[in-house]
Design a protein around this ligand. Structure first.
Ligand code: MLZ
Length: 459
């Protein structure tokens, strides 16, 4: 699984200090714990935290002030150090050692100042009294709210439908194996049990990902699903498996198909699902029900439809023609086209196609507070077990171009600002999920995934 205690130790705080970069706020990620409560968590609040700088025999605590926020991590300074930053330290707010002011009194814990302050703070009780006047702290029930928010209704053994990573134009029946932080480790199933042909032993997907659906979805929208249910076998073993409910998934927003909808053959620009750093010239290949369409990338299609990819009409991965030019994004062209001479007008004429009307795209600007340079934790969607240290490279409307620290730009990915695959700094530590630290610059080993590799990585 993604759990690995050793690797939980990436020093985000030291990394941010060294590079002097900000981290995106927890409130920017609507799908993460306490995102909606983050207004109360700000610089200047005071907390009670385990005192690691004392020789006192029992577990003692001391007051500290939040000097800096970086996602779920806070930089703290023990009360009494005043302007002296030399002893500042980082801590994850999910840590069991950090509490709101008043917790020690209620739980009969000792407040003891750090050893080096004993001399200066002879009367530390009255010192504290003065310092605490008007101070804000964490919500009293912070840890309870956090535990509550980290709950997930998906369970081991639940069945769902998910894109078939070996053949992206079809879905496949899978079961939930592990759940961590709303992310599901999935195993394909066949005849009521784990399929023997697991090409990808580890397939992680967030529960709100557009790649997962309740059982029966494919049939209901007319999407191809791999036929894996052999009636004879299924009854005996399938007892441990049970279906997820549609309400557990993210419902795409309703689209109105009256007055014209996407039609087969219409051209558009689309994020290549297998090269997420590329926005490409693409074609609507098939219109399914409920607002779903199958899209093919021009010039690289195999020709049998097996590389078509399903997008909902409201998806931010499909864009109207001209979007890239307007926003100064290099458009990935079919191989035979020349970037020096390409124009959409000419291309449409050559191919005898029409552009999908702009009004069909979901171009609502949500206004987010993520800006270039911010750090976050992001899933490498080509190897979705990996949650990696990443930097926001560009922001174009709702889209963010993410760069994985230490990796070549070939690995960059465009994601929507509300993607469930991006998380604030400290999210992995909060969930004890392994975070992939940046690879060191020299030598760039094993970075052989190239733009031409249109397939998921194994493992
Ligand atoms: N072994 C893989 C790892 C890539 C992970 C990159 N994550 C940003 C490869 O080299 O393709």
């Amino acid at each position: 699984t993604g759990k690995d205690v050793a690797a939980v130790s990436f020093d985000w705080g030291g990394y941010l200090d060294k590079h002097n970069t900000p981290a995106a706020s927890v409130s920017s990620f609507r799908h993460v714990p306490l995102s909606d409560k983050w207004d109360d968590i700000r610089e200047g609040i005071k907390v009670e935290i385990l005192n690691t700088k004392t020789t006192f025999h029992a577990r003692a605590y001391w007051i500290a002030t939040v000097i800096k926020l970086a996602g779920y991590n806070v930089k703290l300074r023990y009360e009494g150090f005043e302007e002296d930053s030399s002893q500042d330290f980082w801590c994850n707010l999910g840590s069991a050692d950090i509490h709101p002011i008043g917790w020690c009194a209620v739980n009969s814990k000792l407040l003891v100042p750090p050893q080096s302050l004993h001399q200066q703070l002879e009367d530390w009780k009255s010192y504290l009294m003065k310092r605490l006047v008007g101070a804000h702290t964490l919500p009293v029930d912070f840890h309870m709210m956090l535990t509550e928010a980290m709950r997930c209704s998906f369970r081991h053994g639940m069945r769902l439908e998910v894109v078939d990573r070996a053949l992206v134009s079809q879905t496949r029946l899978a079961m939930v194996d592990t759940v961590i932080g709303g992310r599901l480790r999935l195993l394909y199933v066949e005849g009521g049990q784990v399929a023997k042909d697991q090409v990808y032993a580890d397939f992680w997907c967030h529960k709100y990902s557009p790649l997962v659906h309740p059982v029966g979805w494919s049939k209901s929208v007319g999407h191809l699903i791999k036929d894996t249910e052999s009636p004879g076998q299924s009854s005996a073993t399938s007892k441990q498996l049970f279906d997820s409910f549609p309400s557990m998934f993210k419902k795409p927003r309703t689209v109105y198909m009256e007055g014209g909808f996407f039609k087969e053959g219409m051209k558009l620009e689309a994020i290549d699902p297998l090269n997420l750093g590329n926005i490409c010239v693409a074609t609507v290949r098939k219109v399914l029900l409920d607002g779903y369409i199958m899209v093919g990338i021009d010039g690289v299609e195999i020709g049998d439809g097996t590389d078509w990819f399903c997008y909902h009409a409201s998806s931010h991965a499909i864009l109207p023609t001209g979007y890239c030019e307007k926003n100064d994004i290099p458009l990935t062209l079919p191989p035979e086209q020349d970037s020096a001479t390409f124009s959409w007008a000419k291309y449409l004429e050559e191919t005898g196609a029409i552009a999908a009307p702009k009004r069909l795209f979901n171009t609502d600007e949500v206004g987010h507070s993520i800006t270039p340079g911010m750090k976050l934790e992001a899933v490498d969607l080509m190897e979705p077990r990996l949650v990696c240290v990443a930097t926001v490279e560009r922001c174009v409307g709702r889209l963010l171009l993410l760069h994985f620290d230490g990796w070549e730009s070939e690995f960059d990915q465009w994601v929507d600002c509300e993607s469930p695959d991006i998380y604030p700094v400290g999210w992995c530590e909060l969930h004890t999920y392994q975070l992939q630290p940046p690879v060191s610059k020299e030598p760039l080993q094993g970075q052989e995934r190239k733009k031409t590799n249109r397939q998921y990585s194994g493992k």
